[in-house]
Write a protein that binds this ligand. Sequence first.
Ligand code: AMP
Length: 174
Amino acid sequence: MKKLEEYITSIPDFPEKGIIFRDVTSVLQDADGFRLAVDSYMKMLEGVEFDVVVGIEARGFIFGATLAYLLHKPFIPARKPGKLPRETVSMEYELEYGTDSIELHADAVTPGQRVVLVDDLIATGGTVEAVAKLVERLGGKVVKIVFLMELAGLAGRQRLSGYDIDSAIIYEGK
Ligand code: AMP
């Protein structure tokens, strides 16, 4: 039986020089790999009491929606700007060069709801921090944040020190 790590492909210098891209499509395209990945997330959510799953565009949708289905919870997509058709709330965050923003439907999370955030990977933590702030702006409480992969060298965990974060695989570098 292969380990989850062995299903992940690392592509040097993609999408630009100096970045090692950690590709989950090679996990997804193998039925055993996909199951192993979902099982890893499920393990991280054991004992967590929550009401809603928020998945971050785009790879967070794949795993977030699967987890929401398996645990019979609602699924909320956190989307890039201009994609959600109804009233939204929006948060800008810093990239290495410039800024980006992320949106939720304004009625997606209601006050007091306990929310789990799901993405495939945490690098600097900027994206997930913006989503956490949006959830809080809507009155929700982020009770757990789960990733398949963490790039520890980029210190996302330190940036999100107030949150309960878990990753299935931790890469020491960037
Ligand atoms: P950050 O906001 O810096 O934590 O970046 C996280 C987002 O960028 C996630 O949605 C990741 O899917 C993507 N990402 C950042 N770095 C990488 C990487 N080295 N390989 C794959 N995806 C990455």
